[in-house]
Design a protein around this ligand. Sequence first.
Ligand code: UTP
Length: 285
Amino acid sequence: MKAVIPAAGLGTRFIPASKAQPKEMLPVVDKPVIQYVIEEAVAAGINDILIITGRGKRSIEDHFDKAIELEQLLRNENKDDQLKEVQKISNMADIHFVRQKEQKGLGHAIYCARKHVGNEPFAVMLGDTINIADVPLTKQLMNAYEKYQCSIIAIEKVPREKVVNYGIIDGEKIEDNIYKINNLVEKPSVEEAPSTLGITGTYVLTPEIFKCIERTKPGVSGEIQLTDAMKILLEEQSIYGLTFEGKRYDIGNKLDWFKANIELTLKREEFAEPMKAYLKRLLND
Ligand code: UTP
């Protein structure tokens, strides 16, 4: 299965940091957010990845390119660990790029992938979202796809007052962690939301979604919304939702980015103890 990673958005929630650099390149601990996303795809067994980029996103391409001068320097200085680290990034997978020329929304970004994807199911992983789970979330979705042979999307219970920030599903539970979706609404008001199950940004979609995107009119914020296209897809095919065990960080919003940095630093062996001691001191003060 191929993966498509939309990373062309303007990142207005992260201004000023995102003014001249992609929010997908913001570091969390010691690597850019989008590297976590690619690592999840690779851990799920995917090795053909298409990143949707746009103006001002060149540093994403540079990050996954071979850094010949840097490699030579590290080799000359016998810095083997750093050399391996640098080489690993450019060898992780076959990474392709296509540009979304106008930022017309997530649905439109996915549409830019249609030629690369062809007539096969494919995974979509947002370029600004890190998922931490024992079994990679994308792999969980791929396994569910094997079983149901339909589009399947990651969902999560969100606090009722937050439904306005999500695509929300209306569905019935058919297995412990699987819902059959009856309807989807993009960013509903608290009163209109059919549930508190929000779409979190990782999907396995059937290729019929592309035809549905063509028929999708601009929705919330004047953008071509993927949720609206999935609503059209639902008229002809089933779609399932999967609630996953794990943790998600939407790095596109500042507070979650701070939290991701602290929590993922605490998960790193070399930083955990000094970070814990520092946080304790800080809180005691
Ligand atoms: P967001 O919903 O976070 O939108 O996109 P955004 O425009 O980047 O950010 P804000 O809301 O203005 O702060 C989720 C993912 O989809 C990509 C983004 O780059 C991000 O990784 N995206 C969004 C596109 O590729 N193209 C778009 O037109 C919109």
